[in-house]
Design a protein around this ligand. Structure first.
Ligand code: C2E
Ligand code: CA
Ligand code: CA
Length: 454
C-alpha cells in the first residue's frame, strides 16, 4: 500500500501521454449462469519507478490537481475501444466506467460520452456508468439532471459502493439508475458475519422492490456466492471469478467460462434489459421451491407445449421459467436452445403483468423487441403470445408461450386455451411440490389428505 501519492498535475498528464495509465477489466457475473454479463474498467498506473500503482493511491491526487477530467476521458475512450474490439470478436461485454463527483456535475457529460460512442461506432449500451451515492449528493441537483440526460440516451447507470454513504434511502427511488452495487465491505464477510448478511439481504430486497438489478462486489468465495444466490442477488463481482486484469487476460477468461454464446446482431440497435417485477425476490423464492429448474424433460409438459402450438397453429412453443439471469425451457417445441439470457426473453416481459397475456403480433414493429437478437437472428421471432404461470400467491414464475417466425394474430378462443393450459402447468407444479413435501414428511395433515384424495 502506497497511500495517497503527492503527485502533480504535470506528472499525471505525462503518465497518460506516455501510456503509463492502463485500464484493467473485471467481470460482472450472473450468479445463476456464471456468465460474464459485463466488465468494470479499473485504472492502474504502470509507474516506471514505483511499479503498478492502484487507483486509490493516485485518484485523490488527480482530483486535487484537476486532472480527473482528462483521466476520465482517457478511460472512457479506452473502454469504448475495448468494447468495440470485443464486439468485433463476437463477445458482448458492456464496459462500466467509474465517474467521479466532478464529472457528474458537468452538463456537457452526456454529449461527451455520446461522442465517444459515436467515435468508436458502438451503441450506448456498450458503455455503462458507475457513480457513488456520495458523488450524487455532492451537488445533487446538477448530478440528477446529468443522470437523467444519460438515462434518456440509453446508458445503463449503477450506484456504486451502496450502503457506505449517509444519504436518505428515498433518493434511490428517484435516481434514474437501473443497477445498485452493494459495497464490498458488507459482502467480504457475509458468510461469517450475521449483521452483514442481514444488511446484504435487506439491500437486495429493497433494490428489487424498486425494480432495479443488484450486483454484489467483493465476492471472494464459493460460500459467499451460494449465500448471495439464496438471497436472490442477480450478479456478482470479485476475486472468486477474477481479479481486475488486462484486456487480453479478460478475453481469455471469458472465452474459457462463457457457456452461453453471444448472439450476432446484438448491436443492431437499442436493446433494453429485461424488466424486473416488483415482487422479484418472492417470485424467485416460489420458483426455487418448485425445484423444477434444470430438471429432465417430462412428458406431461411436452404434451402441454405441443397442444399449445397445435391449438394456436404456431411452429414453436415453450414452457419457460424465468429465473434471475435466464429463461430456461422446461418444455419446448421447435426451439433449438434450452435457455437464453433473461434480457433476450420475451417471457421476462410477460411476467411483469401476471393477469394479462402478452401478445406481440409483429416483433419487428415493437420497440421492446425489434433489436432483440432472437428477432434479428435465429429463430427470427415475429409473433409471440405468452400466458404467465401464476403461483397461488400471485407470483409469475414463467410462461407458456407460442412463437412464430411470421407475424400473425390469435383468436380470443385460442388465447383462452393458452391461458387455461398455463393454469394446468402451474397446477402440476403445485401438485408435484406437495407430493415431494409429503414424501419428505413435511406436509401438514390437511395437505396429506389432499394429496391422498387426489
Ligand atoms: P470500485 O469502483 O468500488 O471498484 C471495485 C474495487 O474493488 C476495485 O479496486 C477492485 O479491484 C476491488 N475488488 C474487486 N473484487 C474484489 C474482491 O473480491 N475482494 C476485494 N478485496 N476487492 C475486490 P481498485 O481497482 O483498486 O479500485 C479502487 C477504486 O478506485 C474503485 O473502487 C473506484 O472507486 C476507483 N477507480 C478505479 N478506476 C477508476 C476510474 O477510471 N475513474 C474513477 N473515477 N475512479 C476509479
Ligand atoms: Ca465501481
Ligand atoms: Ca464499489
Amino acid at each position: 500500500m502506497q497511500g495517497d501519492l503527492k503527485v502533480e498535475a504535470a506528472e499525471l498528464r505525462n503518465a497518460i501521454a506516455a501510456g503509463q495509465i492502463i485500464v484493467y477489466y473485471q467481470p460482472k457475473v450472473g450468479l445463476f449462469t456464471g456468465q460474464a454479463l459485463g466488465v468494470e474498467a479499473l485504472v492502474r498506473w504502470q509507474h516506471p519507478k514505483r511499479g503498478l500503482v492502484f487507483p486509490d493511491d493516485f485518484i485523490p491526487a488527480a482530483e486535487r490537481s484537476g486532472v480527473m477530467t482528462e483521466l476520465t476521458d482517457f478511460v472512457l475512450d479506452q473502454a469504448a475501444g475495448q468494447y468495440a474490439q470485443w464486439q468485433a470478436n463476437g463477445i458482448d461485454l458492456p464496459v462500466a466506467v467509474n465517474l467521479s463527483a466532478s464529472s457528474l456535475v458537468n452538463a456537457a457529460l452526456p454529449d461527451k460520452i455520446t461522442a465517444v460512442c459515436n467515435r468508436h461506432g458502438i451503441s450506448h449500451r456498450g458503455l455503462a456508468l458507475e457513480i457513488t451515492e456520495t458523488s450524487v449528493m455532492a451537488d445533487s441537483k446538477a448530478a440528477v439532471a446529468v443522470l437523467a440526460a444519460l438515462a434518456e440516451r440509453g446508458f445503463v447507470m449503477a450506484i456504486d459502493d451502496f450502503g457506505t454513504g449517509f444519504s436518505s434511502l428515498a433518493y434511490l427511488a428517484k435516481l434514474p439508475v437501473s443497477v445498485v452495487k452493494i459495497d464490498k465491505s458488507f459482502v467480504l464477510d457475509v458468510v461469517d458475519n450475521d449483521a452483514d448478511a442481514h444488511i446484504v439481504h435487506g439491500i437486495i430486497e429493497l433494490v428489487h422492490g424498486l425494480g432495479k438489478h443488484v450486483v454484489a462486489e467483493g465476492v471472494e468465495s464459493q460460500e459467499a456466492l451460494d449465500l448471495l444466490l439464496l438471497m436472490g442477488c442477480d450478479q456478482g463481482q470479485g476475486y472468486h471469478w477474477s481479479r481486475p486484469v488486462p484486456a487480453a487476460e479478460l478475453t481469455a477468461w471469458v472465452t474459457k467460462h462463457q457457456h452461453v454464446i453471444t448472439v450476432a446482431g446484438h448491436e443492431t440497435g437499442m436493446f433494453t434489459r429485461a424488466p424486473i417485477p416488483a415482487n422479484e425476490a418472492k417470485r424467485l423464492a416460489v420458483l426455487q421451491r418448485y425445484r423444477i429448474l434444470d430438471t429432465a424433460c417430462e412428458a406431461i409438459f411436452d404434451e402441454i407445449a405441443a397442444v399449445a402450438a397445435k391449438v394456436c397453429g404456431t411452429p414453436m412453443s415453450a414452457v419457460s421459467l424465468v429465473d434471475a439471469e435466464r429463461q430456461w425451457f422446461k418444455a419446448r417445441v421447435g426451439l433449438k436452445v434450452a435457455e437464453t439470457t433473461r434480457d433476450l426473453a420475451f417471457c421476462a416481459h410477460t411476467i411483469m403483468d401476471p393477469t394479462h397475456l402478452l401478445v406481440v403480433n409483429d416483433a419487428t414493429t415493437d420497440e421492446r423487441f425489434a433489436a432483440n437478437p432472437l428477432v434479428t437472428g435465429d429463430p427470427n421471432i415475429r409473433f409471440y403470445a405468452g400466458a404467465s404461470l401464476v403461483a397461488p400467491d400471485g407470483s409469475a414464475v414463467g410462461t407458456l408461450c407460442v412463437i412464430d417466425s411470421k407475424p400473425r394474430r390469435l383468436s380470443v378462443a385460442q388465447l383462452k386455451v393458452l391461458r387455461q393450459l398455463a393454469a394446468h402447468v402451474i397446477a402440476i407444479f403445485e401438485a408435484k411440490q406437495q407430493l415431494a413435501e409429503l414424501a419428505q414428511g413435511r406436509a401438514t395433515p390437511g395437505q396429506r389428505e389432499l394429496c391422498l384424495a387426489s
